[in-house]
Design a protein. Structure first.
Length: 323
């Protein structure tokens, strides 16, 4: 295994201060001014393309329709985009059609929930065939436990003074099969329990807090296998978000690569400048390609708007050279 704590081969000036999302921005001040947008029109060089390969529609826990997402991406200068709903492919046809109409290059995607060593990981699949049977069946299995989990979350929240949370969250979900913690968080904000979704995730829905229900998602090797069998590339999503130390991270990446994972999301809307540098270094050391995605969910909640994730350092290979 390569050394994840090697000296930083990436020069400081490759990621300038103003190129990274400030994840301290208030919820109503979605990061645009503090992030970089790639503006070159050289369509041959992947480093100069504004690619946003991670976002959500209301088929999972985003608030916009797939076509509205594509319109927003286009307006923000995105040239290549992927829709990556959690465990769900239902929005891809609409997004692809809107992208064709607006002359935005489109990559079908998904974000698969995985349980790994007590942590939930997210594996983005890019360039997948939405008709691939193993992927369809695998995702149906991953989704199947959500309703029972959501009911238990509702029971826990009722016990701390928030009755009706399950019904409330379900009513906010665009997809009855995909009631997520985000929908509970939105309902708690509507109810006045917290000021915004981010505040909810400090007080509720996380380990040790009311509304957190441990869940078994898919296995890492399964998720990567479904993506590969669908002709896609597996990307380890927002790696800075996992609460693991250096050794566990190395083990995670080793298992991901052994399963056939080929890329890591170096530039996420939720990554700081230092995190972009750290994961660029890891991508280089591990021979992984690099992805970039805002992880946009909603105009009022997300760290970064569509097209406004940090840019990739020049040293890494953008995964979208493939498309
Ligand atoms: P679930 O798949 O039901 O566990 O919901 C996970 C979703 O919750 C993620 O995809 C995020 O959209 C959202 N989420 C998790 N943690 C946070 C957080 N700290 N702040 C805002 N949203 C979060
Ligand atoms: Mn989400
Ligand atoms: Mn995620
Ligand atoms: Mn996501």
């Amino acid at each position: 295994m390569s050394n994840l704590i090697a000296d930083d081969p990436i020069a400081d000036n490759q990621v300038a201060d103003n190129q990274v999302a400030d994840n301290q921005v208030a919820d109503d001040q979605i990061a645009k001014s503090t992030t970089d947008v790639v503006s070159s029109s050289d369509s041959r060089d992947p480093h100069t393309i504004n690619a946003d390969l991670h976002c959500h529609s209301f088929y999972s826990d985003g608030t916009l329709a797939p076509a509205a997402l594509v319109q927003r991406a286009k307006a923000n200068g995105v040239q290549l985009m992927a829709l990556t709903d959690h465990d769900e492919l239902g929005g891809l046809a609409e997004a692809a059609e809107a992208a064709a109409d607006l002359d935005v290059r489109f990559v079908p995607g998904v974000e698969v929930s995985v349980s790994w060593g007590g942590e939930t990981l997210h594996i983005v699949g890019l360039g997948i065939d939405p008709g691939a049977p193993d992927l369809i069946a695998g995702l149906a299995g991953v989704r199947s436990g959500r309703d029972a989990r959501a009911r238990e979350m509702g029971a826990q929240l009722a016990a701390v003074g928030h009755p009706g949370a399950y019904e409330g969250a379900a009513a906010l979900a665009g997809n009855a099969g995909l009631v997520s913690r985000t929908h509970f968080a939105r309902w708690l904000v509507e109810r006045g329990a917290c000021d915004d979704v981010r505040a909810v995730f400090l007080k509720y829905l996380v380990p040790g807090r009311p509304g957190y229900v441990p869940h078994h998602w898919s296995r890492l090797t399964e998720a990567v296998g479904w993506i590969r069998a669908a002709g896609g590339v597996a990307v380890l999503a927002h790696p800075a978000r996992y609460r693991v130390g250096e050794l566990a991270l190395a083990a995670m990446i080793e298992e991901f690569r052994t399963a056939g994972g080929e890329a890591i999301e170096v530039a996420s809307g939720s990554h700081t400048r230092d995190q972009v540098r750290r994961f660029a270094r890891i991508a280089l050391a591990e021979g992984l390609e690099a992805s970039r995605g805002s992880d946009f969910h909603s105009p009022i909640e997300s760290h970064a708007d569509l097209g406004y994730a940090p840019v990739l350092p020049d040293s890494v290979v953008p995964v979208w050279h493939r498309w």
